[in-house]
Ligand binder design. Structure first.
Ligand code: AMP
Length: 425
């Protein structure tokens, strides 16, 4: 007999945790939709080329891509993030800018699994295409900040930096390359390999051996053009005006190569420092053009759902229980009363569940208690004969027998008025 387990780096999100997960996404959706962002659902896989635009110096592209040839001979990749897909969608459909969208869903990266680092992980995020205004940077950052506040996380800090315009970034990378090359004898083997590919990413090294070279490295601030410096100053001033606390860290470069100008990260002080980034984002003014669209400024962020919930666990916030039911229907007649009453109650807008397999009264009462329902509606032989039902308050054990025709109005008196379940756009 074979038995299967989840693949490394993947997990089953079981109930009730999956309900908490969905509630988290709902808080995010409510926040960003009230700021004018609309939901986008891009496909989970794309032509590999879409993601190669993230930069051939990033680990995400060179080492972590889940790519394969499909049966039609296309080179496909499971998305490692959403931003490239959103930019591809913009280039393909050409919506009128500004285009403000939000998303949620899984991404796939072949990473070394560890606490807070998975091969399939979820993100929620927003992207705005077509606006170059520094006030938008402030709006985007503030929506991320507000989300963490809304779910009750208090130990999250915001770190920001500017990577300058493409030209500034280029000159800075050159200067960093020259600097690290002169310090190459002190660098770790891994940092030397990174230096070959992208000197900027050496700043990301957490190895103690690289710390002193990194500490003495030139900082981006001195390389910013007047425009980029003014943009960054305006972003900082906007955050100040909104009373959002932040720290400027000129070493913040972020994992993906496409960022220009504003970059930021949300760090949880309650998680292990190796995996403490709960979200991050920035401007990527050249990405739409790289994907075949018109030159379009873009900015966004992605927040890690898995890690954000780990931070909630650590801070004991955003707790979630089993969703309470209104009614549990108990039928000991062996007939179909439970079937029709449950059906009717659900249609009238009550949440209702029942037991199956003609269990004993005792067993059905146990299920009713376990369900968290507020009341049980009981149909025994007497009730069936007299067309009545007994309504029992499951917390006080008080019960009363009423005519079946009064059930709905009685429950509305006890539990509050309900609307028939129907989609209202
Ligand atoms: P990135 O797309 O790399 O900028 O990541 C944005 C956020 O997604 C990070 O701050 C993490 O919270 C989360 N994240 C990225 N990679 C992983 C992963 N392998 N496992 C879990 N969360 C991740």
């Amino acid at each position: 007999m074979s038995s299967f387990q989840t693949s490394p780096g993947t997990r089953d999100i079981l109930p009730p945790h999956a309900g908490r997960w969905r509630a988290l996404i709902q808080v995010f959706a409510d926040g960003v939709e009230s700021a004018g962002y609309q939901n986008i659902i891009p496909p989970m896989f794309e032509d590999l080329g879409v993601f190669q635009r993230l930069g051939d110096a990033t680990d995400v592209v060179t080492k972590e891509m889940y790519d394969f040839m499909d049966k039609g001979g296309r080179h496909i990749a499971l998305r490692p993030e959403h931003t490239a897909s959103v930019c591809r969608a913009f280039a393909q459909h050409r919506p009128t800018p500004p285009w403000k969208v939000w998303y949620s869903g899984p991404n796939f990266r072949y990473e070394r699994p560890q606490a807070g680092r998975f091969r399939q992980f979820d993100q929620v995020g927003i992207e705005v295409l077509g606006v170059d205004d520094s006030q938008l940077d402030v709006e985007v950052i503030s929506l991320g900040w507000d989300f963490y506040q809304a779910i009750g996380l208090s130990n999250v800090s915001l770190v920001i930096n500017s990577l300058g315009d493409a030209g500034d970034r280029g000159r800075y990378v050159e200067a960093l390359g020259a600097y690290f090359t002169t310090h190459s004898e002190t660098l770790s083997e891994q940092a030397l390999a990174t230096l070959e590919r992208n000197p900027l990413r050496v700043l990301d090294s957490k190895r103690p051996q690289d710390a002193s070279a990194i500490a003495g490295a030139p900082a981006i601030g001195a390389f910013l053009s007047t425009d980029a410096a003014a943009h960054f100053a305006a972003v900082c001033a906007g955050l100040d005006a909104l009373n959002i606390p932040y720290v400027v860290n000129e070493r913040l470069v972020r994992g993906l190569d496409y960022y220009q100008r504003t970059t930021f990260e949300f760090i949880s002080g309650s998680l292990d420092s190796a995996q403490n980034a709960v979200g991050g984002g920035g401007r990527y003014d050249g990405l739409v053009e790289d994907l075949g669209g018109p030159a379009t400024p873009g900015i966004g962020f992605a927040l890690g759902v898995d890690r954000t919930l780990l931070a909630c666990d650590a801070e004991e916030c955003f707790s979630y229980g089993i969703p309470a039911l209104d009614v549990f229907v108990i039928d000991t007649t062996g007939g179909s009363h439970a079937l029709s009453i449950t059906h009717q109650l659900r249609h009238s807008g009550f949440s209702a569940d029942r037991a199956f397999e003609g269990r004993s009264m005792k067993s059905q009462m146990k299920s009713a208690d376990r369900s968290g329902a507020q009341v049980a509606v009981i149909i025994g032989d007497t009730e069936a004969e007299e067309s009545t039902c007994t309504v029992r308050n499951l917390s006080t054990s008080e019960q009363t027998t009423i005519s079946s025709t009064e059930l709905q109005s009685h429950l509305e008196t006890v539990l509050g008025p309900r609307q028939p379940r129907r989609h209202t756009p």
